[in-house]
Ligand binder design. Sequence first.
Ligand SMILES: Nc1ncnc2c1ncn2[C@@H]1O[C@H](COP(=O)(O)OP(=O)(O)OP(=O)(O)O)[C@@H](O)[C@H]1O
Ligand SMILES: [Mg+2]
Length: 258
Amino acid sequence: MVHGKSAETLLELRNISFSYRMRKGDRLLVFNDLSMVISYAEFIGIAGPSGCGKSTLLRIMAGLLKPDSGEVYFRGGPLNNPDPRISMVFQNPTLLPWYTVIKNVMLGLIHEKGLTDREKEERARAFLDMMGLIGFENAYPAELSGGMRQRVAIARALVSHPDLLLMDEPFSNLDQLTAITLRREIENLWLNQILPISSIVLVSHDIEELVEISDKIIVLTSRPSRVAGVINIDLKRPRSRRSQEFYEYVDDVYTLLS
Ligand SMILES: Nc1ncnc2c1ncn2[C@@H]1O[C@H](COP(=O)(O)OP(=O)(O)OP(=O)(O)O)[C@@H](O)[C@H]1O
Ligand SMILES: [Mg+2]
C-alpha cells in the first residue's frame, strides 16, 4: 500500500476454478477454488513454481480467459471481457513488425474513439518520452534492441491510462543490466505517481526482484494452484538488497515455495 490509502478493492478473484481442455477430452486443472484481492494503489508480486498457472492467472485477471466457475470483479462489477482499463505486458514484446514504434504505441489507444489521430500521436509520444525512446518514433521493431522493444510494449500498455497493469515476467528475457534499469524506472515512475496506473501485478521467477519492488507477494502452490501464502513487504524504499531484513523476506518466500 502506498500513502496509507484505504484498501479498496480494484480486482477480485472469487473462488475461481479453471482447466484447459486437452485433446481426447482430458482436462488439465490449473485452479480449484482460488481467491485473491488486488487493492487500489498496490504493487503485487506473484511467485509460484514453474507451470503452476501464473500466466493463466494473469490472463484471467485481464479478462482474456474465463474461469469455469467463480467470479472476477473489476472496479466493483463483473469482468466478462478484456477491459481497456487493464493492460498487459508479456515476456516477449508483442509488437507488430510492419508498424513503426509510434504506430505500435498508438495501438494501445484503439478503444479511444474520442481522440483524433493527432491527439493519439501526441499521447503516444509522451509515453515514448517517459520510456526514453524519443528519436525512435519512426523506427521499426526489428531495428531495436530487446530492451527497447520491451519499452515500446510498456509504453503501449500505459498509453491508455489503465487502472491495472499486468506484467508477465517482463524483464526475464533482457540482459541483467537492462532488466535492473528498466525495473527501477518502472518502480520510480510508479512510486512518484507519474504513471497513470493504480496497481501493478508482476509475475516473476526472480524472488529478490519481487522482494525489492512489491508491497505484497502472493505465493502460489503447484497445480492445482492455491495461495500458499501472502507476504507483506514492510521495508522502506528504495530497498537495499544488502540488509538482513531483505533476505529474511526472500527466505520467507522460498519457504512458502518449497
Ligand atoms: N493453452 C493451453 N492449453 C493447454 N494447456 C496449457 C495452455 N497454456 C498453459 N497450459 C498448461 O497449464 C499449466 C499452467 O500454465 P501457465 O503458463 O499458466 O503456468 P506458469 O506458471 O505461467 O508457467 P511458467 O512458470 O513456465 O511461466 C501448465 O501445465 C501448462 O502446460
Ligand atoms: Mg508463465
